[in-house]
Design a protein around this ligand. Structure first.
Ligand SMILES: NC(=O)c1ccc[n+]([C@@H]2O[C@H](COP(=O)([O-])OP(=O)(O)OC[C@H]3O[C@@H](n4cnc5c(N)ncnc54)[C@H](O)[C@@H]3O)[C@@H](O)[C@H]2O)c1
Ligand SMILES: O=C(O)[C@H](O)CO
Length: 318
């Protein structure tokens, strides 16, 4: 059987695939397999090892003549046309859980960096603009004992809530439904979205990208937030109306934002949101810790192999 791997991975993460199948792996570091090549390779592939940088859409799947399994090295699968895959009898696997702690760490790092203006401070030193210690120079927002509102209290959201408790923060959350067990265990309070936005000092978005969450953070939502509030997005860029976020940051409607994800990735360096002083940006590196990426690659390999051998996937997208 032939499998296509759309990114360069270390051999030790995909040993079992290399031993068993004919493997076509894209060998260029930090770049996805070009679409044209993927369209060619997919035609006779039995398995596809992909990630969030590829669009596994209807057009691509129309070229797949014998594809049985799509395995993405990610928890999010919004880049895959699940309906089309289902119609063609292709099973889809993903990698939840193994990236939870690394992504929660990065989310909290972004929260702290944005609230306390860390990157601005570094820029000032690098540009030789640091004049002296001054009472209100680079003052940011307190974190300890503040209120955090988590939209999408799933695996990573709970990881962020646990970290927030270490900073004596009050934890509010909004989900599709209330979960009283989680509330008791994590001392988190359920709120409707509007109330969460009005009460939180830090609003953290961790819901998946779905039809319901598309641009769920727009003008009306940013207006509800406190002028001193910080917005963090480590979910998907499509969950946010970037024009509305730009306006909110530029007008002082909110204090700052920390973003690991964007509507269109990679974001271009001339995007107007990057001209703002009060935005901290990262290139979609939520899960980018070495051990985590190895665990994700191994889990994605196992999903792919199980699917090709007719066994249940470790984590199949339902
Ligand atoms: N930045 C990164 O590198 C990175 C890394 C990992 C995951 N992610 C993103 O984070 C998301 C969450 O991952 P997870 O493992 O915590 O998933 P999860 O499924 O455990 O949690 C998502 C939560 O969002 C809730 N939710 C769904 N729709 C909602 C809505 N309309 N309003 C409010 N809440 C809603 C779900 O009920 C669930 O509790 C992923 O889907 C992915 O998009 C990003
Ligand atoms: O969904 C995911 O897993 C991320 O975006 C990449 O780790």
């Amino acid at each position: 059987m032939k499998i296509v791997i759309t990114c360069k991975l270390p051999n030790e993460a995909i040993e079992s695939l290399l031993e068993t199948y004919e493997v076509v792996m894209w060998e260029v570091e930090n770049e996805p397999m070009p679409r044209k090549r993927l369209l060619e390779e997919i035609q006779d592939a039995d398995g596809l090892f992909t990630n969030v940088a590829d669009q596994i859409d209807k057009d691509l799947l129309a070229h797949a003549n014998c594809l049985k399994v799509i395995s993405t090295m990610a928890v999010g699968y919004d880049n895959i046309d699940l309906e089309e895959a289902r119609k063609k009898g292709i099973v889809v696997g993903h990698t939840p859980g193994v990236l939870t702690e690394a992504t929660a760490d990065l989310t909290f790092a972004l929260l702290m960096a944005s609230g306390r203006r860390l990157v601005e401070g570094m820029d000032i030193i690098r540009q030789n603009k640091w004049k002296s210690w001054a009472p209100f120079f680079l003052t940011g927002q307190e974190i300890n004992r503040k209120t955090i509102g988590i939209i999408g209290l799933g695996r990573i959201g709970l990881g962020v809530a646990r970290r927030a408790k270490g900073f004596s923060m009050e934890v509010l959350y909004h989900n599709r439904s209330r979960n009283e067990e989680v509330e008791k265990e994590h001392d988190a309070k359920y709120c409707e979205l509007d109330e969460l936005l009005e009460r939180s000092d830090y609003v953290v978005l961790l819901a998946p990208s779905t039809k319901d969450t598309y641009k769920m953070m727009g003008r009306d939502q940013f207006i509800r937030m406190k002028n001193s509030a910080v917005f963090i997005n480590t979910s998907r860029g499509t969950n946010v109306d970037e024009d509305a976020l730009y306006e909110a940051l530029n007008s002082g409607e909110i204090f700052a934002a920390g973003l690991d994800v964007f509507d269109s990735e990679p974001i271009h360096s001339n995007h107007r949101i990057l001209q703002l002083r009060n935005v901290t940006v990262l290139p979609h590196i939520g899960s980018a810790a070495i051990e985590t990426r190895m665990a994700m690659a191994r889990l994605a390999s196992e999903n792919l192999r199980n699917g090709l051998e007719g066994r249940p996937l470790v984590h199949q997208v339902k």
